[in-house]
Design a protein. Structure first.
Length: 271
C-alpha cells in the first residue's frame, strides 16, 4: 500500500522550514511516497513548490500558526485524501485539524530552539499535555532542539533527532563568478552572511563586526543576504556606521549556492 503523507506548513516564504521541506519532498517522492503540501498562497514557498512540480493546496492566511479558519480549510483538504501521516511544520492549526479529522499518525518537526530558558513550570505542564494530545512524534533537527523541547515539557520518548540534510553537490558545482560580476566587486574581498533578518540570527552582530573589519580592510565588501523584520533597522544602523556601497543588502535570493561561492569569507552569527 502506498504511504500517503500530507505536509502542512504555515510559512508564506522560504525560511529554514520551507527549505527543509523543498529538500525533503523529492526524496520522499523518489521512495514512492505520495506527498501533498498545504501552505499559504501567494508567497515564495508556493512559487518554488510549483516550479518543482508540486501543486500545493493553499491556505487563505499566511505566517499564522493557528486560526480557526485555517483549521476548517485544512479539514476540508484532509477529507480529499486518506492520509496515514500528517507532518506539520509549526502549524498548530494543522495539528488540531488532523486530530479532529481522526488522523492516527501526526508528526511535528521543530525547526528552531524557541525560548526554553524562559519556560515556567505551568507552561511546561501545558506543553506536555498539548504535545501529547496533538503529536505522536516530534522531530528535532538537532540535539540542542531536542533539549529545548524537553525543557518545554515535551516527553522525551516522543522525540526523534533527525538532522537536516543538504545537497552539498549543488554547492560544489556552483560558481560565484556570475554573482561577483553582477555586483561589480572585481577582485575585492567579499564577506557575506546568508540568513533571515530575525533576532535569533543576530545580523546586528555581523554588522558590528563588519564595522571593525573595515578599519583594517577598507577595500572589503560586505553582503547581507536575506529578508526579515530587522531589515529597516539594520539599514538605518549601517548608515549610522558610515557604510555606503561597501555594505550591501541583497534581500532574499534563490541562488544561495552561487552567492556562497562568490564569498571569500562566509559568516554565521546565529545565537
Amino acid at each position: 500500500m502506498t504511504l500517503r503523507v500530507l505536509h502542512i506548513i504555515s510559512d508564506l516564504n522560504v525560511g529554514g522550514a520551507g527549505r527543509y521541506l523543498l529538500n525533503l519532498l523529492p526524496g520522499l517522492k523518489a521512495e514512492g511516497v505520495l506527498v501533498q503540501v498545504v501552505c499559504p498562497g501567494g508567497g515564495e514557498l508556493e512559487r518554488e513548490l510549483r516550479e518543482r512540480g508540486f501543486e500545493p493546496w493553499l491556505l487563505s492566511e499566511g505566517d499564522a500558526s493557528f486560526s480557526w479558519r485555517a483549521v476548517a480549510e485544512i479539514r476540508r483538504y484532509l477529507a480529499q485524501g486518506s492520509y496515514q501521516v500528517v507532518h506539520t511544520h509549526a502549524s498548530l492549526a494543522g495539528r488540531v485539524a488532523a486530530r479532529l479529522s481522526g488522523v492516527r499518525g501526526l508528526v511535528l518537526t521543530r525547526h528552531g530552539l524557541g525560548r526554553s530558558d524562559k519556560v515556567s513550570f505551568l507552561r511546561r505542564g501545558v506543553g506536555r499535555v498539548v504535545s501529547g494530545a496533538l503529536t505522536d512524534r516530534v522531530i528535532a533537527i538537532s540535539e540542542a532542539v531536542a533539549a529545548a523541547l524537553v525543557a518545554e515539557g515535551v516527553d522525551y520518548r516522543r522525540i526523534r533527532v533527525i538532522p537536516n540534510g543538504v545537497d552539498v553537490g549543488e554547492f560544489a558545482r556552483a560558481s560565484g563568478a556570475g554573482v561577483r560580476l553582477e555586483l561589480g566587486v572585481g577582485n575585492r574581498p567579499v564577506v557575506g552572511m546568508v540568513a533571515r533578518l530575525v533576532p535569533e540570527k543576530a545580523p546586528q552582530d555581523f554588522l558590528r563586526a563588519a564595522a571593525l573589519v573595515r578599519r583594517s580592510f577598507p577595500e572589503a565588501i560586505f553582503l547581507l543576504v536575506g529578508s526579515g523584520p530587522l531589515e529597516a533597522e539594520l539599514k538605518r544602523r549601517a548608515r549610522e556606521l558610515g557604510f555606503g556601497e561597501e555594505f550591501r543588502f541583497l534581500g532574499y535570493r534563490r541562488d544561495v549556492a552561487g552567492v556562497t561561492a562568490a564569498l571569500d569569507v562566509a559568516v554565521l552569527s546565529s545565537h
